[in-house]
Design a protein around this ligand. Sequence first.
Ligand SMILES: Cc1cc2nc3c(=O)[nH]c(=O)nc-3n(C[C@H](O)[C@H](O)[C@H](O)COP(=O)(O)OP(=O)(O)OC[C@H]3O[C@@H](n4cnc5c(N)ncnc54)[C@H](O)[C@@H]3O)c2cc1C
Ligand SMILES: *[C@@H]1O[C@H](CO)[C@@H](O)[C@H](O)[C@H]1NC(C)=O
Ligand SMILES: *[C@@H]1O[C@H](CO)[C@@H](O)[C@H](O)[C@H]1NC(C)=O
Ligand SMILES: *[C@@H]1O[C@H](CO)[C@@H](O)[C@H](O)[C@H]1NC(C)=O
Ligand SMILES: *[C@@H]1O[C@H](CO)[C@@H](O)[C@H](O)[C@H]1NC(C)=O
Ligand SMILES: *[C@@H]1O[C@H](CO)[C@@H](O)[C@H](O)[C@H]1NC(C)=O
Ligand SMILES: *[C@@H]1O[C@H](CO)[C@@H](O)[C@H](O)[C@H]1NC(C)=O
Length: 618
Amino acid sequence: MKSSIFALVSGAFLLASGVSASDELLPLPEEVSAQSDALATASFLDWFTPWVKRTWQGSNYQCKCAPGDYCWPGEWKWQLLNLTVGGNLRVSIPPAASCYNTFQGPLGNLNTYDAAKCAEVTANFADEQYQINHPTAGLWTYFTNDTCRPTTNPSDSCTNGYYPVLYIQAKTIGHIQAGISFARDNNLRLIIRNTGHDFLGRSVGWGALVINTHSFQSISTSNKWNGPGGYSGSTITVGAGVRAKAALQHLHGLNPPKIMVTGECATVGVAGGLVQGGGHGPWTNREGFLADTALQFKVITADGWLRTANAAVNPDLFWALKGGGPASFGVIVEATYKTFTDLPSAAVSLDINTSHTSDINQIWEAIRIFHSYATHWVDNGLYVYYEIFGPMLHVQPFVGINKTQAELQTLIQPLFDDLNTLGVGFSTSNRTYSTFYDLYFDLFEIEAAGSSALTGGWSISKQDHAANATAIVDAFKTMTSSGAILVGHMWNAGGGLPQSQWSKSAVNPVFRNVVDKIISVVPIAGNAPLADKAEAQQRLTYVVDGALRAAAPRGAAYVNEADPFQPEWQTAFWGTNYPELLRLRRKWDPKGVFYAVSTPGTEAWTQIEEGTRLCKKI
Ligand SMILES: Cc1cc2nc3c(=O)[nH]c(=O)nc-3n(C[C@H](O)[C@H](O)[C@H](O)COP(=O)(O)OP(=O)(O)OC[C@H]3O[C@@H](n4cnc5c(N)ncnc54)[C@H](O)[C@@H]3O)c2cc1C
Ligand SMILES: *[C@@H]1O[C@H](CO)[C@@H](O)[C@H](O)[C@H]1NC(C)=O
Ligand SMILES: *[C@@H]1O[C@H](CO)[C@@H](O)[C@H](O)[C@H]1NC(C)=O
Ligand SMILES: *[C@@H]1O[C@H](CO)[C@@H](O)[C@H](O)[C@H]1NC(C)=O
Ligand SMILES: *[C@@H]1O[C@H](CO)[C@@H](O)[C@H](O)[C@H]1NC(C)=O
Ligand SMILES: *[C@@H]1O[C@H](CO)[C@@H](O)[C@H](O)[C@H]1NC(C)=O
Ligand SMILES: *[C@@H]1O[C@H](CO)[C@@H](O)[C@H](O)[C@H]1NC(C)=O
């Protein structure tokens, strides 16, 4: 009762303080003038947090409020929130609901059938861009529970699964602040959703309110950074919703063309989950992680305050946002990064598969030889992106930034010589580009969305590569024969970056010494029986990734591309940085307003009742 009165008060304060749809999108208001509702609600409402008590498998929990609970906000509260966010609050409906007569949602049934929309979603379900544009979809459907895929039978059942309940299509900073405060005061599960790429299901969730950052598309550049951090070169400043493609296109249009660190995938956002996990890509050998190139964030913390975080202002928050875990310390609304002059680049692709030899052992021997060069290549500045399954090896591409084709060939020729000695056939092609940008858009392949899999992975350090190369490839064999597809990324995040810079980001220090970061993908239907899902998860954790961890024990796991349920995830993801990240999480988000699986300080939190209710063990 008390909590609802206070929520009303805080809502009225929001309206009175003018945080509404009329706020400017960007540039941001100055920090001081934008503090809106935070003061009104932050501390004294803590006493009135409504919890739902549950018992699950013999343990007691206090849970966030979900539809149907006594503490789920009533209609008038939602309407007040909707007013506060300029009418941008919406009920979430799964993308394929238009193929069904009825969407049986958590807020009631809706008639959803629409033949034209169904045809569109059926044709585009595997299209990344289509899923990104949907406000609440997860690109990899496993963590949506796959309860509403496209169908030709409209009378089938479409339920919400683990899709969120409602979302705010935030257009202003005030909308994000209102969403954070509403979720905090009403104790709702809150999810920040940018592109929906997250492999670990961190941008979807049962019973949740989502803040979608898609509208924050501003991009600006500067030739000179005047802020703190000991850097005075060129920069790019991007809004929360900007994806790599738009940022790189903008930079390429400058004279001379510039570039920034991004992932290998052009549709991943550059100011959301990528930088908060670290953000590795083809430029990582030269400049480290995207996080290492960050100069400043504008971020809204759990108390609703808009803050600046850079080397001088809130430096602890700045450090934590650089690789300390997505959706943990605040909502980034804007990020500023270093940019670099783009450079001519060379590329080679390589295939060895059953069209070259029918001898499986020969393919594995070729893979062993290929992998034995990992340290040699990254030490010489190459980035190598490859896939192993079947077994077959697909390398697309070897990247040599600021290298001629002849220089790149010199580094790869020993592999070709070995393959010729082995007597295995292979296909190769090569191309030279006037900029890395041209290479990137020519060679990196678009991924398909809409499929269902568990994602794991582990990264191999230089020491383990030197000591145990054969055992590592034996582990690859175990992994593929246990149903996994391997996606490898040879880079070293320390090589090109002065050692004095390494500790300035929260990423696991082990990455400064890694030569290959591998993703393991275990396909499993999102609506498979629970026992099958449990088996696949066990297989991923203990057989697939277990094999690689055993063969490369001095490695690390990358928080954006790894198994969140692996043992000792704290050390695997952050190594010696974990205790400080835990302290900072308690400082900046003491109540657990944000939640993403296996991020700092979430040890007591779990999704009980078969992956649904988000609860804290008591
Ligand atoms: C095809 C593909 C290729 C990839 N390639 C690479 C790669 O080369 N290098 C690499 O490092 N990673 C790569 N990734 C992984 C990528 O880093 C993660 O998927 C990342 O989480 C995506 O971030 P996002 O903001 O685009 O996506 P989302 O799924 O929308 O968000 C991911 C997480 O970040 C949180 N979040 C999003 N925006 C904000 C914000 N503004 N403030 C606070 N929290 C926020 C979300 O709540 C969620 O927890 C790849 C992923 C895919 C699917
Ligand atoms: C929020 O308000 C807008 C505009 O009035 C309306 O279209 C929308 O349906 C409302 N959202 C909810 C969840 O009621
Ligand atoms: C999730 O999927 C499983 C099957 O894998 C099913 O048993 C369960 O009921 C589903 N839960 C929800 C909330 O959709
Ligand atoms: C590019 O390579 C040339 C020749 O090796 C070298 O002189 C130059 O410094 C390199 N440029 C950059 C920016 O790395
Ligand atoms: C093997 O690689 C070649 C490229 O060199 C490709 O065209 C072919 O489809 C691949 N074969 C299989 C079975 O994947
Ligand atoms: C590089 O490609 C050219 C054709 O574009 C080819 O003549 C040359 O042999 C290739 N080099 C290698 C080492 O594959
Ligand atoms: C090498 O790999 C094997 C097999 O996984 C493992 O038992 C061994 O401990 C590893 N050796 C080293 C030095 O890490």
